[in-house]
Design a protein around this ligand. Structure first.
Ligand code: SF4
Length: 699
């Protein structure tokens, strides 16, 4: 008999609802869930093939153990592996203190798993050394929302696409990275006049579908956005009434904008001045303007400034807190937003709290049932700092959950040195081998999203419940359960006595109970079994709140949004005659992150079969290079090789390479071998979108 089970797509942050058909314990088909309010039945090729990722030959079915990373693994029971890890963690903490251990977790695991590991590190072990791959993804947006609006809460929802007259997309390739949302934008454009502006150095499929493309020089977003504000002010398109009543610090932002006439910005951005005027005109004159952004904006040493400059446009025009208008960050991963709720980055605590705030530590210690001194008052290591500390020998043990940092972190050669130096590397994953599992001492088999019950929150703050479609293979268990079993072995049975994912969610909810921006009191598994819910969701509000700040009261102490003056700073990696070109890394439509999931799906591999290095003919031809040549990129950190693809959609002086294919595909084919770990000073998000390189032919 065939049954249908509702789940959520485990790929991008659109968070499409899926319906899996199950027959004889196997997934026989997947379709879009027409009743899911975020995706309305939409599905893209990755989502449609999701049933294939469950039974791939690289599933990790059993725990494995070895003394050094040069000898073969031995299969052991999960409990035997966990007790070994518990013993080693105890020894290391006894010798070096709790900050000698660290956790690197993921925006792809459930909120419940993120919650348990955050509690394990900060509440049980007493270290804030837990960070997530969201640091590479959304950290700049988190910081900017907090600075400008007082809370990490996107004010908008997907339905705003239907109401916007101008859709302004900055540093986001929605057509490939958020396809179902992009289809919605295109459907809206086909029905009613809406102007789509895309800012991207590359003529991406998204830029090709826009009415206006601004191919700015990489890393010059702030100059462009300040110049747009300059035009809005000069034309009188700002809302003095909104600024006076609902914001602070306008004068400082106005002064900076006045220093950025479009003529100046055009030179810095390397585009025609008229494009800036037209973008400002369309943004300013539209009754409602909606801005999307993603990695192109966030992965920068000016990531927070980029975000703030964009939010400043909305505050200056009053285009925020009303249907069809507002700033809207797109999350790259399916549950980056859940991680932000539980505060799984090194400076955060659950419910949008901070480790530096004594009251916040006290609130959370009470809920966690641990002494308040247990939670350390200073932020732990962020992602880049964690791998640096591992290489330096300050961190001795690292536990990686649900991600593949050797392929995805910047400066892969440094990451390899760090992982090789670890006294204990524990990797908890659904798959093996991955680049990272190959260096592990302990492998822990995780059940994947289609095999567990748990929640994920998408870009529009909508919490969805995943139902298990099939049982996990072998000894694989839900991530939260592995974390809780380990905590119990360390003596924290009572604090981690969760019998189900729902128990974990109820405790997480307590952490969010009195948080103005993040109320979850009205959400329960019972309700989520009926439909997905957006937070904030006070009791009695069945579907939650679609749009934030409708009353123009922001989450700041005085209720006013805070303008933040930001100015242009050049990217960190200097261009020189030896390294004259800019490498921009990114994604392809049919692959996902480092291909641990998609690498075994035939249809997806047919669509995007192999990596390549894209270059503009103006850069390649003078070097004697032609399409299909074997080439390599060389930076100050290392090199990456692949096949050349000529592409006149690139801005001359820039190159593009996808980061999907890591060292397992080609020992010297990892794009991140050339990227660097310089990061934004506030968000500590690394600048993956700008690396100085040269292009060479491989003879
Ligand atoms: Fe999955 Fe994203 Fe495609 Fe939706 S758009 S099906 S969430 S990959």
């Amino acid at each position: 008999m065939e049954t249908a089970v509702k789940t959520v797509c485990p790929y991008c942050g659109v968070g499409c609802g899926l319906v899996a058909k199950i027959r004889d314990g196997r997934i026989t088909g997947v379709s879009g869930d027409k009743e899911h309010p975020s995706s309305l039945g939409g599905i893209c090729p990755k989502g449609a093939q999701v049933g294939e990722i469950v039974a791939t030959p690289n599933r990790l079915r059993h725990a494995q153990l070895r003394a050094t990373n040069t000898v073969p693994f031995t299969h052991v029971s999960l409990d035997r592996a966990l007790s070994h890890v518990a013993l080693r963690f105890r020894e290391i903490i006894q010798r070096h203190g709790p900050d000698a251990v660290a956790f690197y977790v993921s925006g792809q695991i459930t909120t419940e798993a993120q919650y348990v590991f955050n509690k394990l590190a900060k509440g049980a072990l007493g270290t804030n050394n837990i960070d997530a791959n969201s640091r590479l993804c959304m950290a700049s947006a988190v910081s900017a929302y907090k600075l400008a609006l007082g809370a990490d809460a996107p004010p908008t929802c997907y339905d705003d696409i239907e109401l916007a007259e101008c859709i302004f997309i900055v540093g986001a390739n929605m057509a490939e990275c958020h396809p179902v949302l992009w289809q919605r934008v295109k459907r809206r454009a086909a029905r009613k006049r809406v102007r789509i502006i895309v800012v991207d150095p590359r003529r991406t499929p998204t830029a090709e579908g826009a009415d206006l493309h601004l191919p700015i020089a990489p890393g010059t977003d702030v100059a462009l956005l300040n110049a747009m504000l300059h035009v809005l002010i000069a034309q009188g398109w700002v809302s003095e009434k909104f600024i006076r009543a609902h914001t602070d610090n306008w004068e400082s932002v106005r002064q900076i904008a006045e220093a950025w006439p479009p003529s100046r910005a055009a030179k810095v951005c390397g585009i025609d001045e008229q494009l800036i005027h037209r973008a400002a005109f369309w943004f300013g004159q539209a009754a409602e303007s909606l801005s999307f952004w993603a990695m192109g904006t966030n992965q920068s040493t000016s990531g927070v400034a980029n975000n703030l400059a964009l939010i400043n446009l909305h505050l200056a025009t009053g285009k925020i807190g009303r249907p069809g208008s507002g700033p809207f960050s797109l999350t790259g991963q399916p549950n980056a937003m859940g991680g932000r709720e539980v505060g799984y980055m090194s400076g955060l605590l659950p419910g949008h709290r901070d480790v530096t705030n004594a009251k916040h530590r006290e609130d959370i210690a009470r809920i966690w049932g641990v002494p308040k001194r247990k939670i350390q008052p200073t932020p732990g290591l962020d992602a880049v700092g964690m791998f640096e500390a591992l290489e330096a020998g300050d961190v001795k043990a690292l536990w990686v959950v649900g991600c593949n940092p050797l392929a995805s972190m910047p400066n892969a050669n440094q990451t390899r040195r760090a992982l090789e130096r670890a006294e204990l590397l524990v990797v908890q994953d659904c798959y093996h081998p991955t680049e990272t599992t190959q260096l592990a001492h302990v492998l822990l088999p995780a059940a994947m999203s289609l095999e567990v019950e748990g929640t994920m929150t998408n870009s529009e703050r909508r919490v969805s419940l995943m139902q298990p479609c099939v049982p996990p293979p072998g000894d694989a268990r839900p991530d939260w359960e592995i974390g809780a079993r380990f905590a119990a072995m360390l003596g924290f049975e009572s604090q981690f006595s969760f019998a189900s994912a729902s128990d974990v969610f109820e405790e997480h909810k307590q952490c969010c109970a009195d948080v103005y921006a993040l109320q979850m009191n009205g959400i329960s598994y019972k309700r989520l079994r009926r439909h997905a819910v957006q937070w904030p969701c006070p009791p009695g509000v069945s579907h939650g709140v679609a749009r934030r700040y409708r009353n123009k009261v922001f989450a700041t102490p005085n209720g006013h949004a805070q303008f933040q003056p930001v100015d242009f700073r050049p990217p960190a990696d200097a261009l020189t005659p030896r390294f004259p070109l800019v490498l921009n890394t990114g994604r392809r439509a049919s692959q996902w992150h480092t291909r641990t999931k998609t690498g075994h799906v035939a249809k997806l591999n047919q669509a995007n079969p192999a990596p390549f290095i894209a270059a503009h003919p103006d850069d390649a031809t003078p070097l004697g290079l032609k399409d299909g040549d074997a080439v390599r990129l060389v930076s100050r950190r290392g090199f990456a090789r692949s096949t050349l693809r000529l592409d006149d959609g690139l801005r001359p002086g820039t190159l593009f390479m996808s980061f999907h294919w890591g060292q397992l595909h080609d020992e010297h084919g990892c794009a991140n071998a050339v990227t660097h770990g310089e990061y934004d000073p506030i968000s500590r998000q690394p600048e993956l979108k700008f690396s100085a390189v040269r292009l060479e032919k491989i003879s």
